[in-house]
Design a protein around this ligand. Structure first.
Ligand code: NDP
Length: 283
């Protein structure tokens, strides 16, 4: 009986976590990707290219975007353009969406991925930095999504929002960053309801990532976090698959979903476990 029950559980897990991704669904898709010059965004650009997408890349550093664009073309992207933009400027989101519309003639996937630089340390009372980070990590996402929604509604497209475990469960040394990521969940999960109520066929995929081995993340967390970092290329693929299969949420690595299920049941134990992953003497 135990074996039979275990078999049923495994079967159910395999059913719910089965891979329904069809790479052809991205061939020729028109994609606007933010934070594309480095890290997970850069890796997403390469995956989209292998799948034959048409891409607009954006970030601040033109020299890096130029290099990413060249590699994308080698990897098989149908079209690639880039536009330099600083998302701390309130005008940037509208300009970037208009550029993408002009170059691609429409939009199927909007991938919101960029983040502003923020220290990984104990709260030091810098409210101005929090305000600025809210602009880059949250308000610019809202503005990009607002500008692109009518276009995505036409194409029945996907809005993909890259977030973090710290946008679901609070962790040390991430006060302002965590606030921006919780804000994304609040805004975009509410918007998802409203789109469904209006019968608009735009899907919103919120991506919850654990520690990923990007240069910036590894540098910041060195000697402060006892956790293994997962590969950026795999995280990037998980995000793309989630958007293409119109998933509500993506968890990478997968076990973060279990952690999030447990978060409200055992709050005291959860906080003790979280604190055990961090070295506060070096922060
Ligand atoms: P990186 O720091 O490697 O890349 C950030 C990207 O954002 C770069 O392309 C950068 O390019 C761009 N950017 C920075 N500031 C601005 C700005 N003011 N305006 C426009 N673009 C800007 O980040 P990751 O790849 O690590 O993170 C990608 C996403 O994954 C983020 O949403 C992050 O929160 C999430 N995530 C990452 C984790 C990790 O461990 N790495 C863990 C959990 C979530 P440029 O400097 O050229 O502008």
């Amino acid at each position: 009986k135990t074996l039979c029950a275990a078999g049923i559980v495994v079967g159910l897990l395999a059913f719910f976590w089965r891979d329904t991704f069809n790479p052809d669904s991205i061939s020729g898709a028109r994609v606007l990707l933010t934070g594309a010059s480095t890290g997970i965004g850069e890796q997403m650009a390469y995956h989209y290219s292998r799948f034959g997408a048409e891409i607009v890349l954006t970030a601040r550093r033109g020299t890096l975007l130029q290099k990413v664009m060249e590699k994308c073309l080698q990897l098989g992207a149908k079209k690639v353009f880039y536009i330099q933009a600083d998302m701390s400027s309130p005008q940037a989101p509208e300009e970037v969406v208009q550029f993408a519309l002009q170059k691609l003639g429409g939009l199927d996937h909007l991938v919101l991925n960029h983040i502003g630089g923020t220290p990984f340390q104990m709260w030091d009372g810098d409210v101005e930095h929090t305000r600025w980070l809210m602009q880059v990590n949250f308000l610019s996402y809202v503005a990009l999504a607002s500008a692109a929604l009518p276009i995505l509604a036409e194409s029945k497209g996907s809005l993909i929002v890259v977030s973090s475990l710290t946008g679901k469960i609070s962790t040390p040394f991430t006060t302002s960053y965590s606030a921006t990521k919780f804000a994304l969940d609040g805004f975009f999960s509410s918007l998802r309801h409203e789109l469904a109520m209006q019968k608009q066929d735009v899907c919103i995929t919120l991506c919850i990532l654990g520690l990923i081995d990007t240069e910036v993340a590894l540098e910041k967390t060195r000697d402060k976090v006892y956790m293994s970092a997962y590969p950026a290329a795999e995280a990037a693929l998980a995000i793309i698959k989630g958007g293409a299969t119109r998933a509500r949420e993506v968890f990478y690595p997968w076990w973060l979903e279990l952690l999030c299920c447990l978060r409200d049941w055992f709050p005291n134990q959860r906080d003790v476990v979280i604190q055990s992953f961090y070295n506060y003497t070096s922060a």
